[in-house]
Design a protein around this ligand. Sequence first.
Ligand code: ADP
Ligand code: MG
Length: 728
Amino acid sequence: MMATTRQEAVRSISSDTWEFRENEHGNARLTEIFGKYVFNDQVQRQRLPGAVYRALRNTIETGARLEPEIADGVATAMKDWAIEHGATHYTHWFQPMTGLTAEKHDSFLMPTSEGQAILEFSGKQLAQGEPDASSFPSGGLRATFEARGYTAWDPTSPAFLRKSSDGATLTIPTAFCSWTGDALDKKTPLLRSCEAVSSSATRLLNMIGEASVTRVMPTAGTEQEYFLLDRQFFTLRPDLVSAGRTLFGARPYKGQEFDDHYFGAISQRVLRFMQDLEHELWLLGVPIKTRHNEVAPSQFELAPVFSAISVSCDQNMLTMDVIQDVAERHGLAALLHEKPFAALNGSGKHLNWSLADNLGHNLLDPGHTPHENLKFMLFLTAIIAGVDRHQDLLRASIASAGNDHRLGANEAPPAIISIFVGTQLEEVLNALIEGRAPAGTDGGNLRLGVNTLPELPRDMSDRNRTSPFAFTGNKFEFRAVGSNQSIAYPAAFLNLIVAESLDAISDRLEALGGATAENIQAVVRETLTAHQRILFGGDNYSDAWREEAARRGLLNRIGTPTALADWSSEENKALFERYGVLSRTELESRFQVQSEKYANTINVEAIATRDIATTMILPAAMAHQRQLAESISSVSTVLGADAVAGQKELLVTVSKAIDDMKHSVDELLAIQEELEASEAEPHEHAVAYRERILPAMDAVRGAADLLERLVDDDLWPLPKYREMLFIH
Ligand code: ADP
Ligand code: MG
C-alpha cells in the first residue's frame, strides 16, 4: 500500500537529524548586536543636531507637541541611518482593530528630471501617512466612501528596520485614525490611557508630598507562550492553516499528565530556533531575557525585560511576527492561538504591569520606609478597588473566540476576575481593615506613614498560578490575556480603571481635608473594606470558588459575546469618555468590531470543519468501511461465524460513526445557512454563533475523533496529535 502524505511527513521529519551544530550567530557579541536595527536614544543622540535631539526627547518624555522643523530634522537623520543599513523603503506600522499589525511600504525613491533618482524622506512623511482605510474594520466609524485614514507617528516608540535577504524597511510605529479624528486602532486608546493614569497618579503623589513627580508611566513585561511543530505537519492540517487551531484530533496516548515537559531540557532543534529568534529580536532591540519549555508538549515561552507600556505593546506585536518568521526558516510552524490542541494546556500572555514615576521609582515596590510603605498601600488599594469596580471591563478586554477555550476551562485563569496578593500581604490588608497589628508583629495597630510593613517575600514560594490577577512582589500579573492578543486593550482598560480609582482616593482625601496620615489610614481602610471581596488566595479552578464567587457577587461572564456586552454599557461609555480614552462612538465601534470578529472566527472554523469532514475524513472512513465489508465477504468462508460476527460489529460501529458525522455536518450547514441569512446585529450574531454553531461543530468533531481511533492508520489523512506534538 502507498504511504499517505501524512506518513511520508512523519518519515521525513524523523529521518532528519538535529544534532549539535555551531550556530551561525555563535560568535556574535550580544552587546554589539542589541538594538543594532533600532533608531534608539543612542543613535538619536549621535545623529541629531543638539536642538533637534533635545526637542525630540522632550516630546518623548513629556508628550509635548513636536514642531514641523524638528520632524524634518529627525526624518533626515532617520533616512540616512536607514539607508546606511540597506533600507530602500519606509512604512508606517500600526495596529488596526483587526488585532494584527498593518503596514504599507513606500520607497524613498524620487525620480529627477534627468532620469535619475534621489532619496527623499521629509518630516511630513515621517509624521503622517495616509493609507486607504476602507478595508480595515471600523465598526461603523467611517463609511467606505470616506476611506481616508491617517497614521500619525508615535515618537515614544522608536523606529526600527525590518530586514529581509533583499533589503530593509524603515518601520515607524504609528497611531491610526480617521479623517474626522476617531481612533481606528488599538494603540491610540492605549496612549490616551497612559496619559489618564499619569495625571491621576501624579495628582495623588503630589498630594502626599512627592512634589518632584511630574509624570507617571505604566510599565509592562509580556510573557509569551506558543507551540512549535514541524511545518510539514502544519501544512497537512487545513484547520491549523486557516483557523490556527486543530478542529479535529483524538487525544494523544500521552499528554501532559507526567508534567515532564515543563522546564524540561530544550531539544537541539528547538534550541537552535530559539537562539535564532533571540538574535533577531535582540537586533530589533527587544530585550528577550528568558526562554523555557511550558506545560504542554511542544509548548514554549519567552519573556523580555519590561519597558514603557507602549513600547512593550509594539515589541510584543513584533515578537509575534518574528516568532512566526523564524519558525518558518527552521521548517517549523509557530502557533500563537490560545488553544491549538484540545485537552492540552492553552497558551496565554501574562501581562506584567506596574507604574513608574519620572524619577524611576516603581510605585508597586513596597519599599522599606514608612513613607514608601504608605505610598505602596495607596496604590495597591486603588488597584484593588479599581479591579473590583470594573471586573467587567477587565474581563471584556480579553474576550476572544480563542481565549474562550482557556478561560474557565480547568487550566487557565477563570472568567471570574479576582486578585491574589499572597498570604503575608493579605494579612497586612486584613490588619488595616480590622485596625490591628498584622500577625507576627508586635505592638499596636498598623498605622500607615508611621509604622513600617512587615517584610514581604518576593520569592516563588507564595505563588498562586490559578489567579487571573496576581501581585508578584512589585508588579501585578494579569494572566488571563490570550497568547494571540495585543496587550493594547487589556493594558488600556487597566490603566483607565486605575486612573479612576486613584482619583476616587484623591477626591476622598481632599474631602477629608488633605492627605494626613490619619486621613490616608481612614481612606485606605474604608476602600479596602468596600472592595475586600475581590481578594482570593485559594484555587481559582475549583467549583467551590465558582460558588463562593457567586455568593460574593463577583461577575462570571462566560463566553465572549456575554463578556463583550459590557463594552457598551452606559456606565462604561461614560467612564471612557470622562478620561478621554475612547469616545462613546469609538467604544461602540470597538464593541461592533469585536463582535463581528468573533462571529467571523467561528464561521471560518465552521466552514473548515465541514470541509475537512467531508473531503478528508469521510472519504478515509468510507474507504475503511469498504475494506471491512470486503474482508467480511472474502473471509466468511474461511473463518468461523464468531470471527465474522466480530468484524461485523466493527463495521457497524464504523458505519454508525460515519452516519453520525454526515448528519452532524448537514446540521452544521443548516445552522450556518440560517444564520448567514439572518439580518441580526453583530452582537446578536455573535451570541447565535456561540450558542448554536459551537455545539454543532463539537458534534462533528466527536464523530470524527471516534473514527480516528477506528480507521486504518494507513488511510488517515490528518497528522495526529501524537505525531504533531511528539515528532520533531
Ligand atoms: P515572574 O517570576 O514573576 O514571572 P519575572 O522576573 O520573570 O517574574 O518577570 C516576568 C515579567 O515581568 C518580565 O517580563 C519582567 O521584566 C516583568 N517585570 C518585572 N518588573 C516589572 C515592572 N516593574 N513592571 C512591569 N513588568 C515588570
Ligand atoms: Mg510570570
